[in-house]
Design a protein around this ligand. Sequence first.
Ligand code: PMP
Ligand code: GLU
Length: 399
Amino acid sequence: MNSKLSDRVNQMATSATLAMAAKARSLREEGASIIGLSLGEPDFTVPDFIKQAAIKAVEDDYHSYSPVDGYADLKKAIALKFERDNKLHYTADQIVVSTGAKQSLANLAQVLLNPGDEVLLPAPYWVSYSDIAKVAGGVPVEIKTTIDSDFKITPEDLQNAITPKTKMMIYSSPCNPSGSVYSKEELRGLADVLIQHPDIIVVSDEIYEHINFGEAHFSMAQFDDMYSRTVTVNGVSKAFSMTGWRIGYIGGPSYIARACNKMQGQVTSGANCIAQIATIKALETPPAAINYMVEAFKERRSLILSLLAEIPGFKTNVPQGAFYVFPDISYYIGRSLKGQHISSAGDFALFLLEHAGVATVTGEAFGDPDCIRISYAASEDDIKKAMKSIKETLTQALD
Ligand code: PMP
Ligand code: GLU
């Protein structure tokens, strides 16, 4: 807290995922051996054909500002990707390219929310949704779920959370942090509630679309009666391991796209020109090209689930997508570990960092104080070492 700073930033939480990653980094710099399972960042390198496209863009002298909402060729590739993968028809005036899906989400909150507007967040939700909504004056409204319902909301839960002030709902499927995937039927159940409330805009975050081990991905906007009030968010960070290249995009109603374009024009201008050109190549490529990453994540999921099952007090669901497990660790809350009182999932995550040398993220940041998030976007070796260390540390600490 610093009184010279705005209330806006003073009231804002630091991103828990990035904060934990920074903490792990600085402990490592001090010589500690820390296995980082906090950040949702694929450990693969960027596929070669994408790197080559970026190198060519530099050599072709791409250097100047792009159109604020993205190059026309990139928007064409995004439109084709939406047709190919999601059977969604978006024209160029419905698409905006941004500096990561995070900026796409921030734009949406800024252009759609007025102070006091309520934003429904099925919990657990991705860490930044809540503060992105708050910075725009919105009021996050969590819809609680539990591991017993696979962390998914029901139509009744949704209905009960809607008030005359509800303006937006944001969810991710596959979900960060729970890995849950909503089926077409489950989304239809939610859509049946939403069609009775035509003023609510749905933001469907599909950034983990391709990292899906279960049934086929379905987009809310594929329902004809939801299309005109749904914004589909996606990006290349996860599927193509391009986290640092910072490209995300939306498809949605043209009036919303125009507003995002206007907002972005005053805040960042267009996204990085080289990364945009490389993204054309990424999106033109059929998703089968990244099957090797998806298969590796699937194997790591089995590995981490089997190792977690050996650790006392961890209760897990079977995530159907993304690359996280979100175990319920409430067994440890209220206990003492090595003389340290664990009063929250945050304390537990810190205990694991300090005593087991493993960085995870507290579930509190995702709206679920009973859980921690563990990313398995890490090598099998690191996963094995980390789980072994957690198991041994906790077994000894409980004695
Ligand atoms: N949505 C979800 C669910 C995420 O996990 C992330 C994390 N990267 C983002 C959006 C933001 O992604 P980007 O790197 O494109 O900003
Ligand atoms: N989305 C990733 C995560 O949840 C990256 C960190 C971030 O953007 O906050 O870990």
